[in-house]
Ligand binder design. Structure first.
Ligand code: DLL
Length: 440
């Protein structure tokens, strides 16, 4: 087993502020955010109507008085209507892919870029990255925030970067073999893809130089972490972010890997019940709502992320005092409602991992052949379990169906497919295909 030990050193004092100091800093910054948002016609109109001024924000409780911002608001103000600065003051523009509709753009000033690099540096440092390391960045460099975001975070630490970008997996493996990076940065699903392609090239992914990895950008489960760690012999850390707020750097795991520390001096995170909009208790799952406290170009207020996770305000062994968020277990817009039962793709992933013979490659298809929804789970069978004996495959199918029923309380059609037949991800894996709108 690779010996990767992370010390508990901390990059910035703000990560260890006593609660009262942190909240005092957040309040000052919240008022500054409201003041900057006055320059955005969308917010100005709401503030005027609701009588909100920076001076009227006297405690963090006043956050409740501020409006939510949604993806629809971003689209209505397309492309850069939510910017609080002149076009000439922007230093960079990134975008989200627009897989769920029209793409959205996000502007950054120079100061925003400096802050963003520092936020990425903090979580990378918490997860063991030091100046002596070499890191391969296998996130796309482009409008997607993953590549450039992590790149400047690594640079801030002073480590050496291989900006491999995404795609061309064979070449990625050649680079790892020849340049021997210590760490990999990508989506978790792309790491699995790299491991698989390596094996097909007769390269043992466990024998590669990689000792640790920082994964983010998509939903993944604890079982998926164990799988990747076993296949690649590395320590995998989780980090979270979204482009509307800044990109990666909102939160990330420390060495304890018991939740992702939120960079609370820059991001104020609430967790709410998406139906009642009331806050939920610690450890209870709800939708994350994020206010960017120091963004100059786009002062985002109470952005409804649609990401479902829980918060934990308890102390962490690493010494950071910032609250931690759990894994994101799904997005409220990815939640399947099957005959009245709510199901997250992560529940299906967890069930699949419990059945011997399945691989971590799966696709959930939702259709409505008649008047009722039907879920088909396509799962690749591991090569050594793939058999032409009907009875064996039927048995495997039934075991999977039982596990999914136990985990998610729905009955699914399980379709076993041959190894290597489902499409592999180069970035974010597609786990759900909803065919309902495309039928009759
Ligand atoms: O994916 C930013 C990012 C890049 C984060 C690289 C981490 C690493 P978007 O393309 O706007 O930005 O997608 C954001 O991805 O709302 C979540 O649904 C999902 N997501 C991001 N990180 C995680 C994670 C980037 N660690 C959307 N776990 C978010 C689960 C994640 N979901």
């Amino acid at each position: 087993m690779n010996e990767f030990v992370v010390d508990n050193q901390i990059l910035d004092r703000e990560e260890t502020l006593p609660r009262t100091e942190m909240e005092a800093l957040q309040l000052v910054r919240l008022r500054e955010t409201v003041a900057r948002a006055m320059n955005v016609p969308f917010y100005r109109a709401i503030f005027k109507r609701e009588g909100i001024t920076p001076d009227s924000i006297t405690s963090l409780d006043d956050l409740k008085r501020l409006p939510f911002t949604t993806k629809a608001d971003m689209r209505d103000n397309y492309p850069l209507g939510l910017c609080a600065v002149q076009r000439g003051d922007l230093a960079r523009i990134h975008g989200s892919s627009g897989t769920t509709g029209k793409p959205t753009f996000v502007g950054y000033t120079r100061e925003d870029l400096r802050m963003w690099a520092r936020m990425c540096a903090r979580f990378l440092y918490a997860g063991g990255l030091r100046a002596c390391h070499t890191v391969q960045v296998s996130f796309g460099y482009g409008l997607f925030t993953g590549g450039f975001g992590l790149h400047y975070g690594i640079e801030e630490i002073g480590a050496s970067i291989i900006p491999a970008s995404s795609g061309n997996t064979t070449r990625q493996i050649h680079i790892i073999r020849d340049l021997q990076p210590d760490a990999l940065i990508s989506t978790p699903s792309y790491a699995l893809n790299i491991a698989e392609v390596a094996r097909s090239m007769d390269v043992d992914p466990r024998a590669l130089s990689l000792r640790f990895a920082h994964f983010g950008g998509e939903m993944w489960t604890e079982d998926m972490r164990h799988k990747i760690e076993a296949e690649m012999d590395l320590f995998a850390f989780n980090n979270y972010g979204l482009s509307e707020i800044i990109g990666p750097g909102i939160s990330g795991e420390c060495a304890a890997r018991t939740g992702m520390h939120i960079q609370e001096d820059h991001f104020l995170v609430e967790c709410i019940n998406p139906d009642t909009l009331e806050p939920v208790q610690d450890f209870e799952y709800g939708e994350l709502v994020i206010t960017a406290l120091t963004r100059q170009a786009m002062p985002m207020i109470r952005y409804r992320t649609r990401d479902i996770a829980s918060l934990d305000a308890g102390p962490c062994v690493c010494g950071r005092t910032t609250r931690r968020m759990s894994r994101v277990i799904g997005r409220s817009d990815d939640m399947l409602i099957i005959r009245g039962v709510n199901v997250f793709p992560s529940q299906i992933e967890e069930a699949l991992f419990q059945v011997e013979g399945t691989s971590p490659h799966y696709l959930i298809e939702v259709s409505r052949p008649g008047s009722l929804d039907q879920v088909t789970v396509k799962v690749e069978v591991r090569p050594e379990f793939f058999s032409d004996k009907m009875s064996e495959m039927q048995n495997l199918r039934e075991r999977i169906d039982r596990k999914i029923q136990a985990a998610a309380n729905i009955h699914t059609q399980v379709e076993l497919v041959a190894p290597q037949t489902l499409e592999r991800s180069m970035g974010k894996a597609v786990r759900v295909v909803d065919l309902r709108g495309r039928q009759g």
